[in-house]
Each structure stands twice: as C-alpha cells, then as structure tokens.
Design a protein around this ligand. Sequence first.
Ligand SMILES: [Zn+2]
Ligand SMILES: [Zn+2]
Length: 459
Amino acid sequence: MKQEIYGHLTLDSMATHVPHNFKVPDGTKTLRLEFTHTPEHPGVGNIPHQLSISVYGPNGARGTRHNNDDQQPIISTNWASPGYLSGPIEPGEWTVELDVHRILPPGSVDYQINVFCENDVTDSKGPKPVPMRPDSVRRRGPGWYTGDLHGHTYHSDGDFSPAEFLEEAWKRGYDFVALTDHNTQSAVPEITSLAGEAMTILGGVELTTFNGHAVVLGVSEWTEWRVKDGSSMSALASHLQDRGALYIIAHPKSEGHPICTGCRWAFSDMMPGPARHVEVWNRGWAGSHNEPGLRQFYKWLNEGFRMVASSGTDSHRPMPPEVRIGSNRVYAHDNTQHEILAGLRRGHCFVTSGPEISFTAETEDSKASMGDLVKPGQLKLKMGWSVGLNGFDPSDLEAVLIKNNEAFGRWSCGDHEDSEFATISEEADWFTLELRDQKGDLHALSNPIFVGQQVGTWR
Ligand SMILES: [Zn+2]
Ligand SMILES: [Zn+2]
C-alpha cells in the first residue's frame, strides 16, 4: 500500500517540526519511506537545507537519522535503517515529522514523502556485529579512568560504523567512551554488545535542537529532544537529571547559522538553568569556539553556579593527527557506566590533551580535591603536573592558577613539577589550574575547587 504526502516549506518553516500522519494497516511488517525535495540544493555555497525525517508509531518514537544524505528510511520488524528502531509495526496512526533545522534563501522548497506499508519483513541488512577483542577485559576498581564523552556514528551524521567508532576509541587508549548520536540512541545496543567487557560504554544522545545542543549520558532509550508545545529546555534538562542522566551543555559558543545551524547555545532559560556540566573543549582546542566556551564557564562560576567542565571530541570520523583533542580523566569507584557518571557528577575529573594534573586544597579542618568545596579562611592549594606526555617540551608549558577568572599565580612547567600556594579565601571563591603553551592554547584544565560553607551538600 502506498500513501503520498506533499508539502511546501518557506524560510518561516525553519526551526519547526512539521508532522504528517499516515495509516498503517494490520499485518504490516515493513515500512518504507521515500523523502525527496526540490530544489535539492539552494544557491548558497555548498551548504544544503537541513531536514531530518523522524518517525513516531502509536507506541512511541521510532528514530531519526539526523543530517544524513540517506532519506529513505526502512523500519521493519527485524531490521531498521541506521538511526531508526526495528520491532513490531503496530497498526494504526503513525506520524512522519520533518525537523526543519535549516532552510536557505530563497527558501521555497517542495517536498514529497511516499510511504509504503508492506507485509514482508525486509532482508536483514549487513553482517552480524563481531565483538571487539572478546578476550580483552577492561581495568576495574577504584582509580583514574580516561575517555571521551561525545561522538557520532552513521546512525546520525558520522562516517563511523559502530565497530569503527569503537576501534577509534580503542586506538586512543580509552577506558570508556560515550556514544551520542544526534537525537537517537539506535546504535547503543549494538555498540554495548560489541564492546563486551573490553570497554565501558556510556549510552547517550546529543539533543540536537534549533537553539543549542546538549550531550546527555546514561540514557540508552529514546529521549524527547523537541522543545515545543509549551515545554522548555530547562524542563527537559530537569526531567533527564531527575532520571539520573548527566546533562552537559555542548560547545556553547559554537558557530551558529548557517555554518552550524542550531549549534550555538541560545536557551535564555538555561544560562545555565539546571545544567551543571559544560563541554569547554570540543574537537581540537584550536577551534575558534573553545576559548569563548571556557570564558562562558568561568562567567557562570563567577555568578555562583557550581559547575563541572568536560571535553568531547565530537568525532564523526577519524581525527587528523594534528588536531589536539582533549580527553576526560575521571576518578571513579569503578570503571562502569554508573560509577564513571558519578565521578563526573562530583567533578572529580579534569580535561587534558595528555598532561596529568593534580589539584587539592587544605584548610585547618577540611580537605578538598577538584570538584569539592572547602571552608572559607586560610587555604593551602597544592598543584602538580606531569607534562611531556603530548609531545610538548615541558619548558613550553606554563601552569596557571586561576581564582575567580583571574590569573593568580604562574609557574614554568620546565622548572617545577608541583607547587603550593597559601591564600585567604572567601565564600563563593573558586580556583582552577590550567596548563597552557606559549601561544596561550590550553593543554589541561582542572575542575574547580569551590569555597563555601555547605561542604558536600551542594550536589
Ligand atoms: Zn553538537
Ligand atoms: Zn556532536
């Protein structure tokens, strides 16, 4: 059975969701959708319109494949196109929704969606997943673990298959890696099964909205990402955090429209609202948006929000070796999804392109590591670094102690491997430790040590 849907989009359609309902008869085993639009390419450079096809069944979401050239999804009982979810095809009313991320001038787009309901299952596509290094068992127990919190496969707009994504994480020596495809978790089961005991997988998604992106970790099933019908990003974030998810504002100062439409954080109710995590290092440090993102993090700290910084490679395909990516070093009680997320939530973590850092504080009657609170008053800060691990000469790097967004002390990493600093701190002060090179580029960043009375109660 074939159903045809027609529609027209204008510049005003941008940043809207356009639903079309269709009927699925009893006995359907496979749905095939064909989406086409004209003109295919607008006359603005080589930037295309950006339209995603989301599908919803009577029992909930069946996925999307964001920003991908394949716009002919198949959803069957035994298989689905990447980005979509296989399973029973319930009879009744279904919805195909266009997520209109970007429309470029002149902005007159005609589209057609053909829907085919078929009674046969589709031929199962692709080889069966082969476990990655089945004999390998990851390190466990209390300790420091390294990993990435942000990356994509071809289930959205990446080039990686799930197996290639894991291979890349393995080459980088990670203990854990998060999979965060845009608006879908369809690859999480496959990647978790592929990883076996060799690596910890953080199931996640990148909420890819029209006004900003957020990496959400610890959610392996479809998550509402649309801010519409009176909902707000702040309500979505609170709901996710209440369910135990870790919510990270991604690349807050990314370029926006038309180069990366929707990528810059622009939720006025989320500055930072209930968010407590910010991705300050996205892709390579040298990207133009990271330094402003770090400034935004420091601004929020100065406003009294106690927040945690993280990094994400945002890998869609292998990174060229010259791109200096950051990774997250997390102190966790164990190398499991639950404990890695707990370590990140506590702020017991730092971001680095290689150097190790340590950063602790002592008062007469309290001690703190990064992410923790100490009481106001006489304070001794202890800093350590082990550089030369990312190919940089230690004498090219400088350790900088930051207090409330001002440089408070500086040490050449070639002359010192650690230092102490005594000061009097006041309520609401915060301190971080940065390692920077002579160009001023960041190589490592501790999470803050906060000063406040309510030790241990703020999170
Ligand atoms: Zn993003
Ligand atoms: Zn991303």
